[in-house]
Write a new protein. Structure first.
Length: 112
């Protein structure tokens, strides 16, 4: 693993598009929370750490797939700053966009 590999590398730039208004606040909280954590040895460890951090910051599990009756978003009061979807975090965005993006950046950081 590269000596430069760290969470700054994978959170370096924010996604160009978010799912809901709470997503950028969660992204920044995750970046802040993880900056002092040791970089994981494997991608599986990375995913587990991201899911654990998601749970700690939102108070909700990040489901692996949508089940019947499950909401597409969760509400996090701390991220409510105005607007129709204020405070809402998109499950689909985190599962299908953010985590795969972070994993891809993780793999890239290992080759540097």
């Amino acid at each position: 693993m590269s000596k430069k590999a760290n969470f700054f590398a994978i959170f370096r730039s924010e996604p160009m598009q978010w799912g809901l208004r709470g997503d950028p606040f969660l992204w920044r909280d995750m970046k802040r929370t993880l900056k002092a954590i040791s970089f994981p040895a494997t991608e599986a460890d990375l995913i587990a750490l991201l899911e654990k951090t998601f749970r700690e910051l939102t108070g909700h599990e990040l489901p692996t797939k949508k089940t019947i009756g499950e909401d597409d978003s969760i509400f996090v009061e701390e991220y409510a700053h105005g607007g129709m979807s204020s405070g809402h975090v998109s499950i689909e965005f985190w599962r299908n966009v953010a985590i795969p993006m972070l994993c891809s950046r993780y793999r890239e950081s290992l080759t540097r």
